[in-house]
Design a protein. Sequence first.
Length: 262
Amino acid sequence: MRPWWVSVAVAVAAYVLLAFVAPHFLAGHRYTASLGIVAKNNAAFLAGGLLFIGVLGLFRAHLIRRKFDDLSGIESLRRLTWREFESMVGEAFRRRGYQVQENAVDGPDGGVDVVLRKHGATFYVQCKQWKRAKVGVKPLRELQGVIAAGGAAGGFFVASGAYTNEAHDFARQCPIELIDGRALVEMIAATRAPAPASSKEAIPATRTEPVIRMTPDDPRCPACGGAMVQRKASRGTRAGQPFWGCRSYPRCRGVRPVAETA
């Protein structure tokens, strides 16, 4: 879903184009002059419709911010509808400086619920509000396929619950960051507005950084300077041996031998 201000900007541009620019250029010929008059007469109607869409988007953004700041823990996340859960995840990333585009179409989403953009890189986000079952490796493989097909720098898989061991093993070998329920609560706590002092159930303040974090001992990619993740070679003469690969693969293919950082 596009930001509300996009609709407002398009509304203003459409009004100027139809009310002033089009009549001016079409008035010079008798066959097109009538078209200019039609455009001018309908400019306000079309711009008003676009402006109304922008106002609805602004109102929706306000409701999302309020609901986000009212979240009080993992149970409050699990009580959300799947659409609200996606919106809360999008808001958490938005407050971390990402440009966020939510999937505005109900139903099949091609493995992507939210698209993120930051510093020229694109990331795909898949959300699963599974209250009981752990997330296995299958949906992660599907997300990895979409990331590779779309040429994204990486992705995030966000769940209100937990992941299987196989899912963790798979994520360590590809540019997917796993965010479970606990990490999501901490992520929200780090980005939400301060809660009232009287609130007893407020998520406690924290400096936890669950998304693409690096420690001083982590190696940096020799190609782009970004974070690296340890993987295992699947083929070739070094099959089965560990190595450091850029987290932004396949956008960046920088590697380092494990021996360099041991």
